[in-house]
Design a protein around this ligand. Structure first.
Ligand SMILES: NC(=O)C1=CN([C@@H]2O[C@H](COP(=O)(O)OP(=O)(O)OC[C@H]3O[C@@H](n4cnc5c(N)ncnc54)[C@H](OP(=O)(O)O)[C@@H]3O)[C@@H](O)[C@H]2O)C=CC1
Ligand SMILES: CC1=C(/C=C/C(C)=C/C=C/C(C)=C/C=O)C(C)(C)CCC1
Length: 317
């Protein structure tokens, strides 16, 4: 009897949440006020990281900026300060767990208060075919795109839980939801990031009295930042699904973060391949990928990367 009541309640809840999600597409819910929040962004010297920093600054948040590239990170900090907002830049190599923990302690003592939002944005890709790729580059992708999420969460979640207030954002990728050829390291790390993020979100939901700690998973399609320069699908398909403009991508991600949306795929159309991967047979997806030129979309990217390595503009080791 109890199970039937539970089933009925579950079905009603299920319908409520489906309807609410559909309505939210049309009627945007109220955004939360992040004025005064202390927001930490990793990879803040990069293209999306910098744009995130500027967006959060516009909303009045104080910023903690982490990147391994001191020059570009300081430039981001300068731009943020020009908006009239406080920014604290730290040079951090996310491959090193101890550095993450030590810098988290430094932030606590130097800034004098707890980080309330973490935007895990730093990411890398080897850009080589698996068999041509030096092992250290494969390991680097896993360390930065996946392992760093463990250490960042262990460093900053305890204070959020203690205050029952916080937000953890994972910038994953559509390549964490479906895959293509020649980006094995990247897909492995982004699928791992998606799995990590989802499990963490479930864990927070099962803990009583922790409804104040939110999570958002951001899965963008190809963005025109240079990270995947050369990546290309069939011309005709590119008219339907062009590379995202970085500002647009960050705006869409911000819209989701500010309404505590658990998942956002950018653009919306990329929910389709995510669904088709789950629902259609493998071979059906393969022929669809071939038709769209998605099977070999990374070939020109790999070629361009080989060229950059040969010219000494990219990491050979
Ligand atoms: N561009 C795209 O098409 C897409 C990107 N994404 C994801 O968005 C995020 C941002 O990408 P994007 O802005 O394009 O890339 P960028 O390369 O412009 O930015 C990444 C930043 O992370 C920094 N970084 C790299 N390694 C480390 C490290 N060990 N420790 C600290 N910082 C590090 C980089 O420093 P530096 O390079 O100077 O050494 C760079 O400043 C990534 O997670 C990426 O996977 C998701 C979907 C699509
Ligand atoms: C595989 C695939 C596609 C192409 C995906 C591409 C080109 C993704 C690139 C993503 C990047 C570079 C993400 C970085 O994080 C389509 C056309 C959507 C159709 C379905 C299958």
């Amino acid at each position: 009897m109890i199970v039937l009541v539970d089933l009925l309640v579950m079905l009603l809840d299920l319908m409520y949440y489906i309807l609410r999600s559909m309505l939210r597409v049309v009627l945007r819910p109220r955004t939360k006020d992040i004025n005064g929040e202390l927001v930490l962004i990793t990879g803040s010297g990069g293209v999306l990281g910098r744009l995130f920093a500027l967006e959060f600054a516009k909303h009045g948040a104080e910023l903690v900026l982490w990147d391994c590239n001191q020059t570009t990170n300081e430039q981001t900090a300068k731009l943020v300060r020009e908006v009239g907002v406080k920014a604290h830049a730290y040079t951090v190599d996310l491959m090193d767990r101890d550095t993450i923990y030590r810098t988290a302690e430094r932030v606590r003592s130097e800034v004098g208060r707890d980080v309330t939002m973490v935007i895990n944005n730093a990411g890398v890709v080897a850009g080589r075919r698996l068999l041509d790729c030096p092992d250290v580059l494969l390991e680097r992708t896993m360390q930065i795109n996946c392992h760093a999420l463990f250490w960042m969460t262990k460093a900053f979640l305890p204070q959020m839980k203690a205050q029952n207030h916080g937000h953890i954002v994972t910038i994953a990728s559509t390549l964490g939801l479906f895959s293509t050829a020649c980006v094995e390291d990247y897909c492995a790390s982004k699928f791992a990031a998606v799995g990590f993020h989802e499990s963490l979100s479930h864990e927070l939901l099962t803990e009583d009295g922790l409804d104040g700690v939110k999570t958002t998973l951001v899965c963008p399609y190809l963005v025109d930042t240079g990270m995947f320069a050369g990546c290309k699908i069939r011309d005709e398909m590119e008219n339907v699904l062009p590379a995202l403009e970085p500002h647009y991508c960050v705006k869409q991600a911000m819209n989701a973060i500010l309404v505590d949306q658990p998942l956002v795929c950018i653009p919306r159309m990329t929910y389709l391949p995510f669904l088709s991967r789950a629902l259609l047979p493998w071979d059906a997806n393969v022929v669809a990928y071939r038709f769209m030129g998605a099977d070999k979309c990374m070939y020109p990217f790999i070629k361009a990367m080989e060229q950059r390595v040969a010219n000494g503009h990219a990491n050979a080791a």
